[in-house]
Structure formats: structure tokens, C-alpha cells
Design a protein around this ligand. Structure first.
Ligand SMILES: [Zn+2]
Length: 391
């Protein structure tokens, strides 16, 4: 093993599961119960930090995990913005896996892992994008997490609403070009900001914006003016990655940089990065053109989905604290009112129309029923829904 990661085969073979599911399967086989048919429900009891809504992400991998198994899968569309409980405090199911329990028992652990983390990242990304309004949000956070999951992090960040991503593998996954400016290391290696910016301008692909990093050695205002003096018309903007020890009032530093460049005739794009979170976005959104968001998105709290058996051999069952029976959740596409009802119930009415049933069959007898959607299609679906909710 070169890195401490599981291979795709190990995941598909159930090697990343908890041992108690292996014990369970053995015991069920011994007791002749492993072929009993169940309906397993995926719900989230609470959202992190009291979020009012979350974004469902990770469905593609979830479907892949159940392909070829003796199981049916129902789920809502990837990118759906959902609330954890309806007004009657019934949890909204995000997915169901149905079939003989022994055919998927061991996959509870990886199935949850695939949707919990991606949904957490997509949700944080959506919250940041919603607060940033029309300003650009770039996902910069892969460096804080294991490199093996860089594609998943950047895909989830993009689906949640980030405009672009920094990793090469992540950008490939979503079919977009990676976006980035320059690190402090470039300036440090040249030992001279002007030489570094010039070298970047001469070598970087023409499609890349000329955004100069302007806080390496001097004050942001001094370096911003130096960058404009050096690259002139070639300069597109500046990035402030001001260290926390020098921040003071970052909003005033940004305003000062914009003013000083402005009176010299340069309408700069100003990007702020470094420890950007929801509070920072609220504080700066009217002053900057974009944000580079790192750890806040890549290390977002997971959505704590759980899997519970809610039907056995066609009869409702449930442990204490959970509700028996398969359910559907309906959303009013006008006001986003939503309601959870027993499976098969007629769609309720809201705003003069039938509410939309959100769960549909995505895997039948182990076969995927729909072609995968592109990340951009899912990203656009999320942005459309964000117009209707408050952060
Ligand atoms: Zn309505």
C-alpha cells in the first residue's frame, strides 16, 4: 500500500464496512433470515449547526455501489435542496434501498459515507454561494484533505454552487478547466514581486486571468499598485490572502486597494482568500468580486444520514425513534412547502397545483435506470433552487 486509501475494488467488495455487518450477515445466514426482503430508509435527523436546509449530493457513487446487486434503489435527484423534517416532524427520506437484506447489509457503511460527506460539502458550498450572491466563489480547499478524495471534494463543491475548482482531477471530474492564480511560493522564489508577476504573465495559458497575489512582502495597497505598474493592461485583478496576523479590518484594506487602483484608472477584480467562511462572505460580499474558499468547504461538517429498516417482508417495522413504512416526500415547486406521506399517497395540493413527488426509482434489480447527469446540469439545478431558500 502506497497511501492509506481503499481501492475501488475494496469498496465494492465491502472491505470498508464495519465488522459488525459481517457478523450480522453470518448470523442471518445461519438463522435463515438473510433473504428476507426489507426496505431500508436513508434520512438525516438533524443538520449541522442548525442549517435550515441541505443539498443532497453523492448519488452517482451511491448508485454505482448498488449496481449489480440484488436490490432496487429509490432516491431524489442529486442536487435537491431538502429540509430534514416536514411541518409534522416527519423526516424526509432521501433514498431507499430494497431487496433481500443479505444482498446489501454490508454496504450500509460505504453507502452512508458516500452521501454524508459529499452532501456536507455541497451544502456548505451552497450556503457560501447563496451568501456571496452574484460574486464568484472558487473552491480552493483540497489541500486540507486527503488527496485521494480531491475529485469528490471539488465535484461536490461545484455541485453545491462554487463557480470553479482548483484541482486538476476535480476539474476533470466536472468537465471544466481548473482555476487558480499563483502561490506565495512563486513570489518568494523570484525574491521580487515584479519578476514573479511578469514570469507568470509570460508563461501562463492565455485563458487564465492575470490575478496577481499582492500580500507577500509589503502592504496590500503598495503591492497592488506595484502589480498594476508592472503588468499594466495585462492585469485582470489582485488577490488578497492577507495573513490573520495582519488582517486588522480586511474590509477596509479591500476598500483602500480598490480606491487607490480606481483613481489610477484601473477597475480591478479583487479576490479575497484565506480563512473565508460564511461570516467573512457576509462582511465582504459588497466589496470584492470573488472569494477563494478553502477549509470551510472542503472540511464541511457531514450531513449525518442514517440507514434504518422500515419494512420487512412487506410489513412496517422500525426501531424506537424511527417511523415505519416506506414514504414519499412532496415539494411544492412554487413555495417549497413540503410534506412526507406514506408511499403511494396521492400528491397533496399546494399553491393551486399538485406537489411534486421527489423520490424516484434509480436502480431496478441492480440495473441503473437513468444515464448520469452532468455536474453542470446538477450545479444549475442547485442554483435554481437556491433562489427560493434563505441561508
Ligand atoms: Zn405552495
Amino acid at each position: 500500500m502506497v497511501f492509506f486509501t481503499a481501492s475501488e475494488k475494496e469498496i465494492l467488495d465491502g472491505r470498508t464496512t464495519d465488522i459488525y455487518f459481517v457478523n450480522t450477515l453470518e448470523a442471518l445466514k445461519n438463522g435463515g433470515k438473510d433473504r428476507d426482503k426489507v426496505v431500508a430508509e436513508f434520512t438525516a435527523d438533524t443538520f449541522p449547526q442548525g442549517y435550515p436546509w441541505a443539498v443532497f449530493c453523492g448519488l452517482e457513487e451511491f448508485v454505482t455501489l448498488f449496481e449489480g446487486r440484488d436490490a432496487d434503489v429509490y432516491a431524489m435527484d442529486e442536487g435537491t435542496v431538502f429540509v430534514n423534517k416536514d411541518k409534522k416532524r416527519i423526516r424526509a427520506p432521501v433514498a431507499y434501498v430494497e431487496g433481500p437484506y443479505g444482498s446489501f447489509c454490508e454496504f450500509e457503511t460505504p453507502a452512508l459515507g458516500l452521501i454524508c460527506q459529499s452532501s456536507g460539502i455541497a451544502t456548505k458550498s451552497a450556503r457560501i454561494k447563496k451568501l456571496a450572491e452574484n460574486k464568484t466563489v472558487l473552491s480552493f480547499g483540497i489541500r486540507r484533505m486527503h488527496p485521494a478524495i480531491a475529485p469528490m471534494i471539488d465535484r461536490s463543491a461545484y455541485i453545491g454552487g462554487c463557480d470553479s475548482v482548483s484541482s486538476i482531477t476535480g476539474a476533470e471530474t466536472i468537465g471544466r478547466a481548473p482555476v487558480g492564480t499563483m502561490p506565495h511560493a512563486l513570489v518568494v522564489m523570484f525574491g521580487d514581486q515584479r519578476a514573479a508577476w511578469r514570469a507568470f504573465d509570460e508563461t501562463a495559458d492565455r485563458s487564465m486571468a492575470r490575478i496577481a497575489l499582492v500580500d507577500t512582502y509589503y502592504d496590500e495597497k503598495a503591492e497592488a499598485l506595484l502589480a498594476y505598474g508592472t503588468l499594466g493592461k495585462n492585469l485582470d485583478g489582485v488577490r488578497l490572502d492577507t495573513p490573520s496576523s495582519r488582517r486588522g479590518k480586511i474590509e477596509d484594506i479591500v476598500a483602500e486597494v480598490r480606491w487607490e487602483l480606481g483613481i489610477r484608472g484601473f477597475e480591478a477584480r479583487i479576490i479575497v482568500s484565506g480563512g473565508v467562511d460564511e461570516d467573512e462572505v457576509l462582511k465582504l460580499r459588497d466589496l470584492v468580486d470573488g472569494f477563494g474558499v478553502g477549509t470551510c468547504i472542503s472540511n464541511a461538517p457531514s450531513i449525518n444520514f442514517a440507514m434504518d429498516i422500515v419494512e420487512k417482508e412487506g410489513k412496517p417495522v422500525a426501531k424506537r425513534g424511527k417511523l415505519g413504512g416506506k414514504k414519499q416526500w412532496f415539494r411544492c415547486e412554487h413555495c417549497y412547502n413540503f410534506e412526507v406521506l406514506p408511499w403511494g399517497a396521492e400528491p397533496p395540493m399546494c399553491c393551486g397545483e399538485e406537489m411534486r413527488p421527489m423520490l424516484k426509482k434509480v436502480v431496478g434489480h441492480g440495473k441503473r435506470l437513468h444515464a448520469p447527469k452532468s455536474a453542470t446540469e446538477i450545479h444549475d439545478y442547485v442554483l435554481k433552487q437556491l433562489e427560493k431558500v434563505e441561508a
